[in-house]
Design a protein around this ligand. Structure first.
Ligand SMILES: Nc1ncnc2c1ncn2[C@@H]1O[C@H](COP(=O)(O)OP(=O)(O)OP(=O)(O)O)[C@@H](O)[C@H]1O
Length: 587
């Protein structure tokens, strides 16, 4: 019922068309009574009444009714199809819009394949229900009502005998509906799993091949595929139990009608013509019985899919713009972390983080993998909310910002670079769609990407494959950097952005960035000392805490974690020599 109410919310925008369709279906149900009536007239009046001149007009009427009925049926089928396409178009739009609003936590725990299953298979089940199932139920039901009414009008006792069987059918239909429903939920769930396996396999196909794990992947798929088959068969077994009974009852109805009707004809209480009418109308009783099983399946499939779609539509994002966000016209780039603690789940990932980054400063984050560097940045962009403390940007808590504005003022080059299957120009201009080609080229030059782009056969018009297939790791990083620089943000965040770029190119990029960042706040996460040594403030992180802070020289003097990293990267001799120089210059 809930699912019906939900789909009605979408259908009602097109209710005029839908009701005209239903009215036409009702009209056709009524027309369905005419040919049996004419057939009865041919028997009683033409054959037994010897009114041969009525034969051709009656046959003509029968042909006319058939053609007319087909034309009307075709037009209302088109109406239902058009409403269903409009409905599904709106739901798909809404779902896509919803997906854009959902936060990182949702994507952390939801598989892409699951979302894809809702956008495709579940949508199709809803479309089928709106376009076909509803009118089929209505058409079958109204035809049955007309037929029963007509039968009672012709011969009430015979009609009553035939109708007496319907409670059994009603009971069976109810049982089938009840038994089959959970299996459809299972099927939809399994379909989502199957989709996830396929999606992950395609996304990770290079890893699969590199590790020669094709057989393992095939086995993994087979397990899910088998389970999908089993769940479908389990569902089929349930309706296979009921469908033959419904079918037999439908057949039994014909036998019953011939038997009792025949006796009545012999006894003279029914004319042969009336028996012919009953015989022609019996399909209107039979058909709904035969269809009941299939239609119930369709309804339950729709309910399972509608529930899945509603579930996604009802997910609430935790990261929302407040009802009255603070109006910040000029983001200064001042960033303050005040005693920030954070966890993704049970385990604390950041503890007591505090620091201030002034406009124009470069803040570097270094530390072992998993120490919380990227997480800290995630809080700055409000991809997640802090558990304790405050993240303040431009003197305003990030929770008071309009989320979109906050992100417009930050540009991030993520560790896991994602490029769209679009031209290089389109990828660089992603954040600034109306940028001129000169501005795009300028950003590419700053990111040291211009020269390699120009060497490509189609330059900036080169279409890069999904996720940037066709480019080297360093090239992808430079395009992602250009994309961020083009935004000209108040806060620039580079998460391991030059890790795949050679030292020389990295050095050139750094020099360019120094000029570019003069009045911006820049965060650099890196593992290479060379990437961060010129930073105004280096935060050394371990286990979610800042364990050292200061400038390069100050940290070397501390001879602690940072010093050891430096020693490892530059070698003992050079490290010692350099640190001595530093100590000397620091004294
Ligand atoms: N989305 C997430 N859900 C749950 N745990 C996460 C998530 N992202 C990171 N973590 C965990 O949080 C901790 C910090 O991860 P984070 O990515 O911030 O580290 P990092 O210092 O940036 O590491 P690296 O240098 O390898 O990029 C790790 O233990 C990681 O497993």
């Amino acid at each position: 019922m809930e699912s019906l109410r939900w789909i009605w919310g979408y259908i009602k925008k097109f209710k005029l068309r839908y009701f005209i369709g239903l009215f036409l279906a009702l009209f056709v149900s009524g027309l369905n009574m005419l040919n049996p009536y004419f057939a009865g007239q041919i028997v009683d009046e033409v054959i037994y009444g010897s009114k041969e001149d009525l034969l051709w007009p009656l046959l003509g009427l029968m042909i006319g009714v058939t053609v007319f009925k087909s034309a009307i049926r075709y037009s209302y089928q088109l109406m239902f199809e058009s409403v269903s396409q409009n409905v599904i178009h709106r739901i798909r739009d809404k779902l896509y819009h919803k997906i854009q609003q959902l936060d990182f936590r949702f994507f952390d725990k939801t598989k892409t394949g699951d979302i894809m299953a809702r956008m495709t298979g579940d949508m199709e089940a809803v479309r089928h229900f709106t376009a076909w199932t509803i009118y089929m139920i209505f058409e079958n039901f109204t035809t049955l009502l007309f037929a029963v009414g007509f039968m009672f009008y012709i011969h009430a006792p015979l009609a009553l005998t035939l109708v007496a069987i319907t409670p059994i059918i009603g009971f069976l239909a109810f049982r089938l509906s009840h038994d089959v429903k959970p299996t459809f939920s299972e099927i939809r769930g399994q379909f989502a799993k199957l989709n996830s396996v396929v999606q992950e396999n395609i996304s990770g196909n290079r890893v699969v091949k590199a590790f020669a794990r094709e057989d393992y992947e095939v086995d993994k798929f087979s397990v899910e595929n088998q389970s999908f088959k089993d769940k479908n068969l389990k569902s089929a077994k349930i309706w296979e139990k009921y469908l033959p009974v419904l079918d037999t009852l439908a057949g039994f109805l014909t036998v019953l009608m011939i038997l009792i009707g025949g006796i009545m004809v012999i006894r003279g209480s029914l004319t042969i013509g009336e028996l012919v009418v009953f015989n022609s109308l019996i399909w209107a009783l039979n058909n709904p019985m035969r269809m009941a099983g299939w239609l119930i399946n369709d309804v339950q499939r729709f309910v399972a899919s509608a529930e899945k779609i509603q579930e996604l539509l009802n997910v609430k994002s935790n990261i929302l713009t407040p009802t009255k966000p603070k109006a910040i016209n000029n983001c200064t780039g001042l960033v303050e972390f005040k005693d920030v603690s954070f966890s993704y789940g049970e385990e604390q990932v950041l503890t007591d983080i505090h620091f201030t980054a002034k406009p124009g400063q470069t803040i570097a984050l270094i530390g072992p993998t998993g120490s919380g560097k990227s997480t800290l940045i995630n809080l700055l962009c409000r991809f997640y909310d802090v558990d304790e403390g405050e993240v303040i940007v431009s003197n305003t808590n990030v929770k008071e910002w309009d989320v979109q504005k906050l992100r417009e003022n930050t540009a991030i080059v993520m560790q896991d670079i994602f490029l769209f299957s679009d031209t290089i120009e389109g990828n660089i201009a992603y954040g600034v769609p109306d940028a001129t080609i000169e501005e795009i080229q300028e950003a590419a030059k700053m990111a040291e990407a211009h020269s390699f782009i120009m060497e490509l056969p189609e330059g900036y018009d080169t279409i890069i494959g999904e996720r940037g297939v066709g480019l080297s790791g360093g090239q992808k990083q430079r395009i992602a950097l250009a994309r961020a620089l083009l935004k000209d943000p108040a806060i620039l965040i580079l998460d391991d952005t030059t890790s795949s770029v050679d030292m020389e190119t990295e050095h050139t990029i750094q020099q360019t960035l120094k000029e570019f960042n003069q009045n911006k706040t820049c965060f650099i996460i890196a593992h290479r000392i060379s990437s961060i040594k010129d930073a105004d403030l280096i935060l050394v992180m371990e286990n979610g805490r800042i364990i050292e802070r200061g400038k390069h020289e100050e940290l070397l003097m501390k001879k602690n974690f940072y010093y050891n990293v430096y020693k490892n990267q530059y070698g003992d001799f050079d490290g010692m020599q350099h640190s001595e120089e530093v100590v000397i210059s620091g004294t």
